[in-house]
Design a protein around this ligand. Structure first.
Ligand code: FES
Ligand code: FES
Length: 149
């Protein structure tokens, strides 16, 4: 199977896909974009969050074939070249990164929240990140970084 998809603004072609491959597998293993993490492969942890045509999705739950002709933005596409996006910078400054495994998914989900709701309440932040699990930070620094961003 062949896939043609736009990833972070660039048209990409992938040949030889198996029909059951996930978008997450294609991003990480075929397109050398390891930012999106494989925490559970079951839609439970949110560490693989990406945009598909502007909608936040778990890339592990999307078949690669479903992305045909569509636009994907990963955590790598959120920064402006070498310039971190404000939400990425806030995570670093607030100490919201420990092992970092959950961070890419949290960054994409936080980015999605802030573009819809630039000044979210605590409750809105908690609701928006309810699908993203972190086993290290206890979440306080993560919530603080979003308020800061
Ligand atoms: S790896 Fe996709 S939700 Fe956990
Ligand atoms: S920083 Fe380790 S899982 Fe979140």
């Amino acid at each position: 199977m062949r896939l043609s998809v736009t990833v972070n603004g660039q048209r990409r072609e992938v040949d030889g896909l198996w029909e059951g491959e996930s978008l997450l597998y294609v991003l990480r293993e075929r397109l050398e974009l390891p930012g999106s993490k494989n925490g559970c492969e079951q839609g439970e942890c949110g560490s693989c969050s990406v945009y598909l045509d502007g909608t936040l999705v778990c890339a592990c739950l999307v078949l690669a074939g479903q992305a045909e002709g569509r636009e994907v933005v990963t955590v790598e596409g959120i920064a402006d070249g070498d310039e971190l996006h404000p939400v990425q910078r806030a995570f670093v400054e607030a100490g919201a990164v420990q092992c970092g495994f959950c961070t890419p998914g949290l960054i994409v989900a936080s980015h999605d929240l802030l573009r819809r709701t630039p000044r979210p309440t605590d409750l809105e932040i908690r609701e928006a990140l309810a699908g993203n699990l972190c086993r290290c930070t206890g979440y306080s620094a993560i919530y603080r970084s979003i308020q800061k961003a």
